[in-house]
Design a protein around this ligand. Sequence first.
Ligand code: RB5
Length: 142
Amino acid sequence: MIGIGCDHGGYALKQEIIKYLEEKKVPYKDFGCDSEQSVDYPVYAKKVANAVLDGTCEKGILICGTGIGISITANKIKGIRCALCHDCFSAQATREHNDANILAMGGRIVGPGLAVKIVDTFLNTAFSNDERHIRRINMIEE
Ligand code: RB5
């Protein structure tokens, strides 16, 4: 199950990503928001982050205007490794090296064509399980 959430700045892109997840038959849970009416991104960052932490969702996707505010919020929560990615190389590297559990993007930064490729890369790249990466991830939490 993939948790997805956004603010008003990410709403349009979230709809495109949901369309893509449905096409690919990827199960998802939409944590809002539900329109382009102005809302506060921390609310949605916390909903998705908590769903990842409690195991309801295996990974999360968060979108605001830039991806910055929503990723900063998610990364304040212990156990969350939220990666702001606007290219496929970063999405692949953050899964392999950081075992990132949430992908963040900016709906005002990236178009839907690239965004779905970033999502696809993020969801389909496994963590490397290399000892050095495990060690560094453990150090984040210390
Ligand atoms: C909302 O206008 C905007 O500030 C928000 O979507 C995001 O970009 C914050 O980092």
